[in-house]
Design a binder for this molecule. Structure first.
Ligand code: ITT
Length: 191
């Protein structure tokens, strides 16, 4: 069975592929494998809406059953910003996004959570799986692993950029959403 990961983010793709490794009967292909660089306009107002927009676009294009991921970091003291705008927060990439978040959270409560909404779409009713991971924002970047806001996001005393992927994949928003998806998927296809 073939499953398309409708993401162009190489870190997400890698995190997903590692989590799928144990399913030998599932051939996981990503947009990178297909050399597809289409930019899909994410004009939804929630993570789930944006996840569906991406999943539907690529399912319609390839007719391969698809999962997509829309995710981001939310800071309750900033009205849950950057939220769905996480990747576009500063307009200048990860480094500038982290700088802007550090500046905006100054003097405010530093509780934060990552959210990942996975959409599974096979041309019928879309299915959604949501994972959240709670932590706090540090005062400076720490660590070199991961991507995005990982150098700032502290979970149990360390940032996600300070721990290895195996550790992140045990507790992350993406791992939690994927766990729910796998339960559904195994049941649907009697795996
Ligand atoms: P695709 O839409 O192609 O999947 P993208 O990077 O544009 O890739 P999103 O629109 O879902 O993905 O934006 C996700 C952003 O949220 C990402 O660029 C990071 O800034 C942040 N983010 C999400 N998950 C993260 C994680 O596990 N670690 C660090 N930052 C994360």
């Amino acid at each position: 069975m073939k499953l398309l990961i409708a993401s162009g983010n190489k870190y997400k793709i890698y995190e997903f592929k590692v989590l799928f490794e144990k399913y030998k009967d599932i051939e996981v292909v990503s947009l990178a494998d297909l050399d597809d660089h289409d930019e899909v306009e994410e004009n939804g107002t929630t993570f789930s809406e944006n996840a569906f927009i991406k999943a539907k676009y690529f399912y319609d294009k390839y007719k391969i059953i698809t999962i997509s991921d829309d995710s981001g970091i939310c800071v309750p003291s900033l009205n849950n910003e950057p939220g769905i705008y996480s990747s576009r927060y500063s307009g200048h990439g990860d480094e500038a996004n982290n700088d802007l978040l550090l500046k905006n959270v100054e003097g405010k409560d530093r509780t934060a959570f990552y959210e990942c909404d996975i959409c599974f779409y096979d041309g019928t009713e879309p299915q959604f799986f949501i994972g959240k991971c709670y932590g706090t924002l540090g005062y400076e970047r720490k660590g070199v692993n991961g991507f995005g806001y990982d150098p700032l996001f502290i979970y149990e005393g360390k940032t996600f950029a300070e721990v290895d992927l195996e550790t992140k994949n045990k507790v992350s928003h993406r791992a939690l959403a994927l766990k729910e998806f796998i339960k559904y998927f195994e049941n649907k296809y009697s795996l």
